[in-house]
Design a protein around this ligand. Structure first.
Ligand code: SF4
Ligand code: SF4
Ligand code: SF4
Length: 286
């Protein structure tokens, strides 16, 4: 069984990390936000409310000094949140706000060999001074969030507006949303709000409405109220942390490499033996 590029990168990253790499606790630039006070803060995005106005996208770009010439459709190095539109069966537009989900069991932090991608309190940040642009996080993230651009440089993504929340403000995207589709608050409150909303949506005929992110990957820092199953929006139904099977991937990779190299090694040995014999014959040695 061969290794895909993704599997190879993840395996290599896992080994590097296991072998020591750099001490990721060394980097303490992003202190946990003071406003947390022991309460986990999160973002709740209600897709049933969103009108696709893209004010959140614009606010994020302004806040983070990002520049994009055309309207972003997907996340990129210069687009940290993007509204994705999917047509429902009856032609209705359903929206999804894409951004870093700030996973508790984050794949990016697990595979990062330098400790640049790291949790700081409830949020995950990629330290631009420490990132070496290897792309492991890009490959590992189940939501395809980090991007290095072309040519590849340090990976970029949503920072959860850590500087704003550290000083008691809310993330710029939540503040900009004109109808409260993106909200920020204590996680327990947001989960209760979401469950009430889903009950109401079910009564209104949205029988597939559900909360995404409450328990996925240990709990996502960004939760979604979805009207349809996750796959409808292109979200993984059961996202998994990338390093969970690194060892088995590496074992599989090593076996594959051994199988591929064996014939060449045999050929090399045969040629070497023949060369030795011909030298001995020339020198008259038996
Ligand atoms: S969504 Fe991707 S980039 Fe964001 S914390 Fe999770 S694994 Fe990391
Ligand atoms: S939390 Fe901040 S960085 Fe992240 S998408 Fe919202 S505005 Fe952008
Ligand atoms: S600002 Fe609010 S309503 Fe507008 S696209 Fe963003 S989440 Fe949706």
């Amino acid at each position: 069984m061969g290794l895909s590029r993704k599997e190879f990168l993840l395996s290599s990253a896992g080994l590097f990390a296991m072998a020591g790499g750099l001490n990721r606790n060394v980097f303490t630039k992003f202190a946990p936000a003071a406003t947390f006070n022991g309460t986990r803060m999160s973002i709740l995005y209600d897709s049933s409310k969103c009108i696709g106005c893209e004010m959140c996208e614009k606010a994020c770009m302004k806040e983070n000094n990002l520049h994009q010439e055309e309207k972003p459709e997907e996340l990129s190095k210069t687009c940290w949140t993007a509204i994705k539109t999917t047509k429902n069966g009856n032609g209705q537009d359903l929206f999804l706000k894409q951004q870093c989900m700030h996973c508790t069991d984050a794949s990016c932090t697990s595979v990062c060999p330098t400790g640049a991608a790291e949790h700081h309190g409830e949020y995950v940040v990629i330290d631009q001074d420490v990132c070496i642009g290897c792309g492991y996080c890009e490959e590992a993230c189940p939501f395809s969030v980090p991007h290095r651009g072309h040519p590849p440089v340090a990976a970029q993504k949503c920072t959860f507006c850590f500087d704003r929340i550290s000083s008691g403000s809310m993330p710029a995207c939540a503040e900009a949303c004109p109808i409260g589709a993106t909200t920020y608050g204590a996680r327990t409150d947001l989960v209760a709000t979401a469950n009430n909303k889903i009950q109401n949506l079910t009564k209104l005929g949205w029988t597939e409405a559900q909360l995404y992110g409450e328990s996925e990957l240990g709990g996502l820092g960004v939760m979604y109220i979805l009207l349809k199953p996750p796959a409808f929006y292109g979200l993984p139904e059961k996202p998994r942390q990338a390093t969970k099977n690194v060892l088995s991937q590496w074992t599989s990779g090593s076996l594959t490499a051994a199988v591929l190299i064996a014939p060449f090694w045999y050929l090399y040995k045969r040629i070497s033996e023949k060369d030795k014999q011909s030298i001995k014959q020339k020198e008259g040695i038996k």
